[in-house]
Design a protein around this ligand. Sequence first.
Ligand code: ADP
Ligand code: ZN
Length: 218
Amino acid sequence: MRTILLGEPGAGKGTYSLELVKRYGIPQISTGDMLRAAVRAGTALGLKAQEFMKKGELVPDSVVIGLIRERIAQPDAAKGFILDGFPRTVPQAVSLDETLTELGISLSSVFKIEVSRETLIKRLTGRRVCKACGTTYNIDTMRPLKEGICDKCGGELIQRPDDMPATIENRLSVYHKDTAPLIEYYEKKGLLRRASCEGEYEDVIARIFAALEKGATV
Ligand code: ADP
Ligand code: ZN
């Protein structure tokens, strides 16, 4: 399976990706995670990306396109992959099409996460991440065992700088301007699947699997 998870910031792309990783045994490829790792490591790319990320702006297409090209060609992605947070602009989607054609492969589906604005804001403001390893928690729905401490590594849990209220508004408007056009882009290709991702977690996951597996060879 080669799929893309599409949805607003806070929709749950990262969380649902991990469920797909477990079920299908294919890697999650998250440009957000890759960029945050570069920021933590203090590389030249990380320093450049950080300027855009902290304001809630998109990192330039050329930067993320380069990252994705390299990542998709890795051996563990040969069986399939879940793209989380990429593509985010039409030029990124066009470039992805070119990369896939070069590799002689194609997408199985694109899944659009459907959630209300109220839920998005709640998921974003409640999100906490481990400063050391990047694991994500939520103070309402996915609490750590010990408040403020990462279950996995004992690191300190903090709010992502771009999860502050002022930046959230900007990220949502950037999404509507630059990323929402991808819904039509993939609809036209006949790849788009959607399901409501509100309600009980287990039900949401079941709806996502059903939407992805409908008429597909997994
Ligand atoms: P969210 O979906 O919650 O906004 P991500 O982790 O996917 O979180 O992205 C965080 C930030 O990283 C974005 O606001 C943007 O600055 C940058 N980023 C991630 N993926 C891309 C991309 N494909 N193109 C441009 N910028 C990106
Ligand atoms: Zn941790």
